[in-house]
Design a protein around this ligand. Structure first.
Ligand SMILES: C[S@@+](CC[C@H](N)C(=O)[O-])C[C@H]1O[C@@H](n2cnc3c(N)ncnc32)[C@H](O)[C@@H]1O
Length: 319
């Protein structure tokens, strides 16, 4: 597909994303229906990508790994909201299996929301397309990597993405959970000075990290390229695997505890928003799950205080 310029309609894209998640299926080029899970980004990860795109307001975006087209639609949605009627650079995507494995379902989806001309698509592997973009002198403000998840292809993707990103640009890695991708993000931080920006789910505060939670990994995360590259001589190498524990050896967190923490987090957000009834309900549900969590009783009691005082006592809440 040749690059083009066109107007994007955010309402149409948003409505289609909601419909696809509700139906959990997409149609391929021949009209055959396919289940999008477990390959497509979940609605939470899609929202994470779109939110970062909204915050960054990138002009030039690149994506590796299109599958059924859900992450692509989230990026196009954020671009559409930002640009309105203004034309802009098309979103560049590559995937060698779009025709064979995914039967061009994602291309059909993009066409159906009227965004075909806003897509610069290459049906080739990233290891072929990325060096070509570099040769052509292309640069990008925001990149989403969700292609081959093994260590060497993922690392090679990032090797080129680093060179294609503008200083201060943002790279989003999906599936940070997987060892190969996780190690690549650690390389980016330790050797190239990338700064972690955000993850989903959000990381617990440093002071609150238990032994187990220190080992837990996010599902998706974003890192910012430094404005000035670190000076590296030809022997430069910072070990990036110290303390590395393979995913298979990381203890699984107790699901009851995870749910309790989620309810507490919801309660704190409700309290900060002045919704005492919602907060009380969330704290009570958390206590029902884990009556030994003493901090939960104090939080529940706070919901009976005047809203301003309760919100003040709640302090800063991530989320
Ligand atoms: C997990 S799926 C991507 C899901 C998609 N981002 C979404 O959110 O719906 C991984 C994708 O990477 C693609 N892929 C695998 N190897 C690749 C490569 N070398 N270059 C580009 N894409 C690749 C696969 O065809 C597949 O579509």
């Amino acid at each position: 597909m040749m690059p083009g310029r066109a107007r994007l309609d955010a309402a149409i894209i948003r409505e289609r994303i909601e419909r696809v998640y509700a139906e959990q299926t997409v149609l391929d080029e021949a009209g055959v229906s396919h289940k999008i899970l477990p390959i497509a980004v979940t609605p939470e990860r899609g929202a994470f990508i779109a939110d970062l795109c909204r915050a960054e307001r990138p002009s030039r975006t690149l994506e590796i790994g299109m599958a059924w087209g859900l992450s692509t639609l989230h990026i196009l949605l954020a671009l559409a909201e930002d640009r309105g009627d203004a034309a802009g650079e098309p979103h560049l995507v590559m995937d060698p299996f779009q025709g064979s494995r995914f039967r061009n379902a994602a291309l059909r989806l993009v066409g159906e929301v009227g965004a075909e001309a806003m897509l610069e698509f290459y049906p080739e592997p990233s290891e072929i397309v990325l060096p070509r973009l570099l040769t052509a002198g292309r640069q990008f403000d925001l990149v989403f990597i969700d292609g081959d998840h093994r260590f060497d292809p993922g690392f090679v993707d990032f090797f080129y993405v680093h060179r294609l990103l503008k200083p201060g640009g943002l790279v989003i890695f999906d599936d940070v959970l997987f060892d190969g991708i996780y190690l690549t993000t650690q390389w980016a931080e330790t050797n190239l000075g990338y700064e972690p920006v955000a993850t989903h789910p959000p990381a617990p505060r440093r002071s609150r990290r238990s032994q187990i939670s220190r080992l837990q990994r996010a599902h998706i995360g974003a890192w910012r390229k430094p404005m000035r590259e670190i000076e590296r001589d030809r022997f430069h190498f910072v070990p990036f695997f110290n303390g590395f524990v393979p995913l298979k050896d990381i203890p699984k967190p107790d699901p009851r505890r995870v749910e309790r923490n989620r309810l507490n987090h919801d309660g704190l957000l409700a309290l900060r928003a002045g919704d005492r009834v919602g907060a009380r309900r969330a704290f009570a549900a958390a206590l029902k799950l884990d009556p030994s969590y003493t901090a939960g009783y104090l939080r529940w009691m706070r919901t009976f205080l005047p809203p301003g005082i309760a919100a003040m006592l709640t302090g800063r809440t991530r989320g």
